[in-house]
Design a protein around this ligand. Structure first.
Ligand SMILES: [Ca+2]
Ligand SMILES: [Ca+2]
Ligand SMILES: [Ca+2]
Ligand SMILES: [Ca+2]
Length: 275
């Protein structure tokens, strides 16, 4: 019963969000127009001669961030969808401290370095961290994890200690982060290709309308290094200001699919009548 309802909701939402807008798209970072780079963030050419956004360089005790210069206006539910490709490389002393995708409403700034990953202390925010250094209990004593952080607090509210990929491998990884403000569900996906996994690596229910306190958000990335370091590179990035997951077709359902939906709804009606 619940599944049928969920399916119906999914179909309705797919058609409702068909007109969603891509508000930010960087196929590379040969230009960073529209972004403000803070701290040690800079553009760079990586070993594959790609123009990347190097949020922190492979050097000790750095912090950096890159945020949309203008606030992005999210819908009233503050839903959003994003996808980005990233690469950690040229590790020193084991590679640290990671990269955080951040939606925040306070300022266009950078937070604490080292284990703060440039995110610590950023209030009215949500962060998805890709953490390649074990800072102890708050990291689950794990140096290769993905977490969801709220309001600049590095103790993740949700964490995967087995993300399926080694962050410090030096190969490209691809992340999808989707927030559906109607259901309050935040989901994170990770892969080493552009194929969007069916199942989320991390899911967390949170009312971001309350957390953010505004529909105007600065979106971007933070990073930090400490006694260990790496290049924390973003290779490409797409951000949408509605719930419209990248790499999921958003066309109107085909007649066959609508037919199935109808059967499902009729089925539900029959079940109700039987009671
Ligand atoms: Ca590491
Ligand atoms: Ca850490
Ligand atoms: Ca962590
Ligand atoms: Ca909501």
């Amino acid at each position: 019963m619940r599944n049928v309802l969920g399916l119906a909701t999914a179909f309705l939402m797919a058609s409702a969000t068909a007109a969603s807008a891509t508000t930010i798209l960087f196929n590379d970072f040969s230009s960073t127009a529209g972004l403000t780079l803070n701290g040690n963030a800079a553009t760079a050419v990586d070993d594959s001669l790609r123009n990347v956004l190097r949020v922190t360089p492979a050097s000790g005790s750095k912090s950096g961030s890159a945020f949309s210069t203008s606030a992005v206006t999210l819908n009233t539910n503050v839903s959003f969808s994003t996808k980005f490709r990233f690469n950690f490389n040229h590790q020193g002393n084991g590679g640290a401290d990671g990269l955080v995708f951040v939606v925040q409403t306070v300022s266009n700034s950078v937070g604490g370095l080292g284990g703060g990953i440039g995110y610590a202390g950023l209030g009215n925010s949500v962060g998805v961290e890709f953490d390649n250094w074990n800072n102890g209990g708050g990291d689950g004593n794990n140096d290769n994890h993905v977490g969801i952080d709220i309001n600049g607090n590095m103790s993740s509210v949700a964490r995967s200690d087995a993300p399926g990929f080694t962050l410090d491998s030096g190969t490209d990884l691809v992340a999808w982060v989707d927030y559906n403000g109607a259901t309050d569900l935040l989901e994170v996906r990770l892969n080493n290709s552009d194929t969007r996994p069916l199942l989320a690596l991390l899911s967390y229910t949170v009312d971001l309308t309350t957390v953010l306190g505004s529909t105007n958000a600065f979106v971007g990335f933070t990073s930090g290094t400490g006694a260990a370091w790496a290049n924390h590179d973003v290779i490409s990035w797409e951000f949408r200001d509605t719930f419209a997951p990248v790499d999921v077709p958003t066309e109107t359902p085909a007649p066959a699919a609508l037919g199935l939906l109808g059967v499902g709804l009729i089925g539900m009606g029959l079940m109700r009548r039987r009671r």
